[in-house]
Write a protein that binds this ligand. Structure first.
Ligand code: SF4
Length: 340
């Protein structure tokens, strides 16, 4: 069994979710499983998660699934990776210490899936129509890792099939999971790009709890390529420590089977943290070994009015030179979409 298979310990349904076939099917399924099943007034406000402390509630929430109806017809923008977010799920059962959801979802880290997928995709079609004749790109992993809940939601399968029929629409998502088998036989028309978020085995082992191993992610990437999907790798966060060049050199050797793929993309994100993220990480993972010393970093104001601690210029330049040369040398047909 994959190391990362998500099995919730409690599942809550919005009453309205049961009037959709998927909601009804999930309700019947979970009633036969050894999980607590209950109801919630709204998927946005779940107060029934047990635990005495915030930390305890955080870990219990990560094992809580909420099945709801997404009512908003507004999609958030999603620069630079896409035009809009495609809201297929919210939250993720993974426990990565540097997860952006630690601060984004704050006190609501439970995992939400939506049963009105046809309506969500209908809204996507409206967005595509508004931008014609341009191509509109949607990101499926802006507020979750949708592959982690695919076995319950089937949302990626529906989105992939939908985008295969949208000549001016594209779909992409990024994952640290590996259960791709159900997606391989789908008619995708090359409109969906799978990206696997990867790192060195020691970084994954130390910080990315409850996700797939590097070997599992790369095996899944191999299957995805064989099924004809466009592929990308996101290396994030890039962390420098002792021997980082050797360690990332080793990671690139693991990627050798993908060297000749046409259209391969890389997204590269150096490690950074906000003061808010640091305090959330320290609270939830008090023994974290993440490098979070402000004195080793440069403070940089971001476009959204808050700042973050990034690597100083000279370290960033070293990272950039190393990654660009590795990719140019070993992946002649690949594109680096961005390095930040
Ligand atoms: S897999 Fe992604 S979304 Fe899930 S906890 Fe890890 S970083 Fe967050």
């Amino acid at each position: 069994m994959p190391t990362s298979l998500f099995r919730p310990e409690r599942v809550f349904f919005e009453k309205d979710a049961l009037s959709y076939p998927l909601g009804e099917e999930l309700y019947r399924y979970f009633r036969t499983q050894e999980v607590e099943v209950g109801f919630t007034g709204s998927h946005n406000r779940l107060t029934a998660i047990p635990g005495k402390t915030r930390v305890e509630r955080f870990f219990r929430a990560k094992r809580t699934l909420v099945v709801g109806v997404r009512r908003s017809k507004r999609f958030e923008t999603c620069r630079p990776s896409a035009h809009y977010q495609l809201p297929l799920a919210t939250g993720c059962p993974g426990l990565c210490e540097y997860c952006y959801l630690l601060t984004n979802l704050g006190r609501s880290p439970y995992v939400r899936i939506y049963v009105n997928q046809e309506e969500i995709l209908q809204t996507a079609e409206d967005y595509i129509r508004k931008r014609l004749p341009g191509i509109t790109v949607f990101e499926g992993a802006a507020t979750s890792d949708p592959l982690s809940v695919e076995r319950y939601s089937g949302a990626l399968a529906r989105a992939i099939t939908f985008f295969a029929g949208q000549p001016r629409g594209r779909f992409r998502f990024v994952t640290k999971f590996a259960e791709v088998d159900s997606l391989l036989p789908l008619r995708h028309g090359g409109a969906t790009r799978f990206r696997f978020s990867i790192n060195t085995p020691s970084i994954i082992g130390r910080y990315e709890h409850a996700t797939a191993t590097l070997a599992e992610r790369l095996a899944a990437a191999g299957k995805v390529v064989a099924a004809g999907y466009p592929l990308g790798f996101m290396i994030a966060p890039i962390i420098t420590g002792e021997n980082w060049e050797q360690e990332y050199g080793g990671l690139f050797r693991e990627l050798a089977p993908f060297a000749e793929i046409t259209g391969l993309t890389f997204e590269l994100i150096t490690h950074r943290f906000t003061p808010r993220a640091k305090s959330a990480i320290r609270e939830i993972f008090p023994r974290t070994k993440l490098p979070l010393e402000e004195g080793d970093r440069t403070f940089k104001w971001g476009q959204f009015g808050y700042g973050k601690y990034v690597y100083p210029k000279e370290v960033h330049n070293k990272i950039e030179a190393f990654f660009r040369s590795m990719i140019e040398k070993n992946f002649p047909h690949a594109t680096i979409e961005y390095l930040v």
